[in-house]
Write a protein that binds this ligand. Sequence first.
Ligand code: GLP
Length: 261
Amino acid sequence: MRLVIHSDYEKASRWAARYIAGKINAQNKNKPFVLGLPTGSSPLGIYKEFVKMHKEGKLSFKNVRTFNMDEYIGLPPSHPQSYHYFMMENLFNHIDIDKKHVHMLDGMAKDLDTECRLYEEKITAEGGIDFFLGGMGGDGHIAFNEPGSSLVSRTRMKTLTMESRLANARFFEGNLDKMPTTALTVGVGTVMDSREIMLIVSGRAKSRALKAVIEEGINHMWTVSCLQMHPKAVIVCDDEATEELKVGTVNYFKDLEKDNL
Ligand code: GLP
């Protein structure tokens, strides 16, 4: 696994966005580039950079298909805190992606199990995910694969932990009662099947989890640690996120990446 450490969040986001843009631009035009995407505050810098590159004519999403990681159950796409709304506001409304190529889980579906099964089938029908971008929860979760999730899980419904609900209540006027208690999420196995995975991790609040994921073993209590088993995984982070890592670990990865920044 690569760990690419930048001095701050802006630099990390710019580097990550350019890395992904390079992959999109290099894609053979006869085959769509299938991109998995997250929500949350972590990818916002990357999305801003995508929009900027698109406006400058350096990046087109015409040949891109997207699959989002997760969605709250019970929130319609028009709800400002739904992940549908977030993606439209922060990315899709500002780029040239064909909306029929945007895939998101429907948290309002009548039959949630069927919704999840069909989502996996749609991913397979597109030839699998080329590149999954993700964030990480403060407890080391990926998408909504909360601690204790199966490391071979597929898209399904999950009950949110109190930690996730508290972390996200800020978007619901700080009111826990307004915060959904369940979500649909791709599984750890779904993410692991993609050909490349990148996580963007920022700030001290993530440093305990980052330590577990980088320096400790594979453990379902930190579902991001599954990345240790992926042949092409990269975590892009800022200095603050490395606060809990050993000095030796930080120095090692900084030395490895010194020519790539
Ligand atoms: C939620 C999302 C995750 C996201 C995490 C961290 O749990 N389902 O996809 O990575 O929050 O969010 P943030 O980037 O705002 O810290």
